[in-house]
Design a protein around this ligand. Structure first.
Ligand SMILES: O=P(O)(O)OC[C@H]1O[C@](O)(CO)[C@@H](O)[C@@H]1O
Ligand SMILES: [Fe+2]
Length: 213
């Protein structure tokens, strides 16, 4: 008889962002996120107090890395800002660039910042019960724009992988999300952003399956 994977139910603890039956987890601390924010001086000033504190934590369930399977999990982001810029995740495009993702807001307030390979920006605001679709090929980064923790479920094809270097090569994402001083957020252009050239775009759209990073 064919051996099947066992079905599983995972309970999310909204207070901690933990998920039962997770197969893995990791935390990103403030000190791990050097170079991500626009205001480097503010980042250095915060380092003494924030260096070891967790900015975001991820628990996930990975049954396999087979095409057709899925990985899902929970991201918990604490609230905060570096200068005027709200706390962010590193952000990535999927290693298999045509793989999509969905996020489902569970607690707090934030947004998904997305950038196409050609440099267009799109934003989807996320609050509890918002389901956000990140289509194939879009670079994506989560931003906590609220005063409390942002907790979101995510799900993506199991063979997607993550490529973080695409953002570094362009000097960051094109848009940054700043406090607008009136309880909301605003988008500002990152002056260090460099467009991807034709060769870089061709690499993003190359149809062959790329090796995992
Ligand atoms: O991988 P990053 O960009 O640090 O952000 C973490 C988030 O993205 C994911 O890698 C999913 O694509 C999750 O682990 C989590 O939602
Ligand atoms: Fe992703």
């Amino acid at each position: 008889m064919k051996k099947h994977f066992e079905p599983v139910g995972c309970d999310v603890d909204l207070a901690t962002g933990a998920m039962t039956n997770a197969t893995g987890s990791y935390e990103k601390r403030f000190g791990d996120l050097a170079g991500l924010y626009g205001d480097e001086a503010a980042f250095q000033r915060m380092r003494a107090e924030w260096g070891d504190k967790v900015v975001y934590a991820v628990s996930d369930f990975r049954p396999s890395d087979r095409a057709g399977d899925v990985i899902f999990g929970v991201t918990r982001m604490v609230p905060g800002k570096v200068g005027d810029e709200f706390f962010i995740t590193r952000g990535h495009i999927h290693q298999q660039t045509d793989r999509p993702e969905i996020y489902y807001g569970q607690k707090g307030k934030g947004l998904m910042l997305m950038e196409s390979p050609e440099g267009e920006t799109r934003i989807v605001e996320i609050e509890p019960l918002t389901c956000c679709y990140v289509p194939p090929y879009w670079i994506h980064r989560s931003v906590n724009t609220g005063p409390e923790e942002l907790v979101m479920l995510f799900c993506y094809p199991a063979d997607s992988g993550q490529d973080y270097a695409i953002i570094e090569r362009s000097g960051g994402m094109r848009s940054r999300i700043l406090d607008d001083g009136a309880g909301g957020w605003k988008v500002v252009e990152n002056p260090n952003w460099r467009p991807r050239d034709e060769a870089a775009l061709a690499a993003v759209y190359a149809s062959s399956k790329k090796d995992a990073a």
